[in-house]
Design a protein around this ligand. Structure first.
Ligand SMILES: [Zn+2]
Length: 224
């Protein structure tokens, strides 16, 4: 999954407007931030294999610390506890929302990955493998993403400003990046270069989420 990971971020934001969108953007990709770091450190292993699956060239053959289900659960609990300690908003639901966002990563990966997600450490590996079909995986990913953006847009409105179009432009940018990611690169990157590109993309997307949210405000509750 690429931008499909941000569907839970937008959906949670629609339900819990008190959590900053960019925090949710970091949370839904937290285990992939860690994955990229561990790949660069040589601790988790993956290789670039052209046409490994129709919509992915990633052979993710060893990632027990980030993508084994119990590991992702531990990342989610750790993130929720830390968030609860650090943020000024002491509502318990805010920390739980962050934990759910972190955990959503595993579920969305499960849909598209080949069997590379361990159910427990050393246990059977799961993955529904939808990346084997380019049209199905992209329809799913874009459908999830745009459906959740719609939920968020419905729960908020653009601030009155000449820059009202920025939110729509950012959403369009995400869709373009998703489609661009499917174009085979002229030269295959090493897995280390891929990990650095991923870190850059996840960070850029989080900044864009911050910009997007600044341009919107909550709908006024309707008065009966
Ligand atoms: Zn992942």
């Amino acid at each position: 999954m690429f931008i499909g990971h941000y569907a839970p971020a937008f959906a949670i934001k629609a339900a819990r407007p008190d959590v900053p969108l960019w925090h949710l953007f970091v949370a839904v990709q937290l285990v992939d931030f860690a994955w990229a770091g561990l790949v660069l450190a040589g601790i988790e292993k993956a290789r670039i294999t052209p046409r490994f699956l129709e919509a992915s060239m990633l052979d993710l053959y060893h990632m027990p610390y980030t993508h084994a289900l119990p590991s992702t659960i531990l990342w989610a609990i750790g993130a929720a506890l830390l968030y609860g300690l650090l943020v000024k908003n002491k509502t318990k639901g805010v920390a739980i929302a962050i934990g759910v966002a972190v955990l959503s990563h595993w579920v969305t990966d499960l849909l598209v990955h080949s069997k590379d997600l361990e159910l427990w450490w050393g246990g059977p590996k799961l993955g529904f493998g939808l990346w084997a079909s380019l049209p199905i995986s992209q329809l799913l990913e874009l459908g999830l993403f745009l459906g959740a953006v719609w939920l968020y847009f419905k729960s908020s409105q653009p601030k009155p400003s000449p820059k009202r179009w920025i939110g729509v432009a950012i959403v369009a940018f995400f869709v373009v990046i998703q489609l661009y990611s499917l174009v085979p690169p002229p030269k295959l990157p090493t897995i280390q270069i891929f990990a650095i590109q991923a870190l850059f993309a996840f960070s850029l997307f989080s900044v864009l989420a911050w910009v997007l949210e600044r341009g919107r405000e909550l709908n006024q509750p309707s008065r009966l």
